[in-house]
Ligand binder design. Sequence first.
Ligand code: ADP
Length: 446
Amino acid sequence: MDIGFLKMNEFTIQLNKLLNVFFLEVGIVSLTLVILFFLGQSIGHSWLLFSFGLGLYIFWHLYHLLQLLKSLSSQQILQASIKFGIWKEIWIQLQLFQQNRHSQKNDLITDLDNYRIFINNIPDAVIIINSKPNEQKTIIEWFNKSAQSTFNLKKKKHIGCHINDIFTELADYNFSTSKNNKKRITIHSPTDQNKIYSLRVTPYHKSFKLLLFRDISRIYWVNKMRKNFIANVSHELRTPLTVISGYLETFETHFKKDKKYLPAIQSMKQQSLRMNHLIQDLLVLSKLESDTGKLKKKKLIDVPEIIGSIIKDTQMLTDNKYQIEANIDNSLMLLGYENEIQSMVSNLINNAIRYTPAGSTIKIAWYSENKNIFFSVNDNGEGIEKQHLQHLTERFYRVDKGRSRSEGGTGLGLSIVKHILNHHNAKLKIKSQIGKGSQFICCFNK
Ligand code: ADP
């Protein structure tokens, strides 16, 4: 057997060989007893001689059994004291078995040492904890050298400590129920608040769990700076844009009949409107990104009402040019964030309208199936080629940039939808066929 480092040489007692020797011995002894019996006839004591031989044989077995038991109980290396018969074979087999166990034990010790050296040399901090399901405390069992230096841990002081005493941020985390999930937890170092770690919890044996900490401070702070920068720029651009839009409105009324300037003013107005949408979407996105969803409390939302009112607005704005078929389960509510769900529904319905020619049918559904709740928007528009599908939720990814811009798109809608779904532990599935249409399905847990 070879499991990674673990090499185990299997050894089995060779029963066939033992039986062969045993039967040979029984044959020789039987023959000797028969000879003794006949020899005894000549002196008139055949049974006596026979019984004497048999007794001697039984005594011989009992003696060796006793020797073996003595040797086994002494837990020392077995040493055969006999050079023939079944007992010689038993001793040889047991000696081989003992040697094999010994080398297995040595292999295991070497492997264990290798593991220890290996884990000790991992540059990331590793902590092993024990969290028994019916016990409140999660105890630190072991940590590597990197954990010692990173979190200032001391073997004598911290082994046996409650993990939450060191990482207070993990107070709400239930280690005893955590399964092997790929989700990482972002935490601050208890010794330095500027150091950020991505923690992964991996259960590996009964109630034991391996905590692996990866230093993500650089990425974290760069990302934070980027998010803040986008949020600040978007925010700062709002005021000048409002002023420009205001003046453009005035100019438009002033130059109403002027064919020379009016088209330029209207084009500027359209572009400032686009910029306004872009800024709004950027602000929504940076708010969604900075909001981890932990601060707000989820509420029971009347999603059917939200869908109904967005459909009504859409029909009004599009002059009923689209046939909207709604299949809504009116009794189905969702625990979540109302504004975000409203934004998700409106983004997906707007996209269906934007990328589908007038007169088409758009099917909207809100239903539950098995343990999930679904919101789906189905259109019979132009469809999306397969290679684009995985990129659609990236910021500013557009299949046809010109088309998106001319329809008033910002390239941020599906990115916003993805973030909203992340906040709700939900998933987005996109199916599409060129010439047949697209389907956007949001899958929530019940
Ligand atoms: P945009 O503001 O450009 O619509 P989105 O993030 O909402 O940005 O969508 C990204 C891209 O996905 C769009 O530019 C478009 O190419 C494609 N797309 C989204 N929805 C549809 C749809 N229902 N049918 C066809 N293409 C779509």
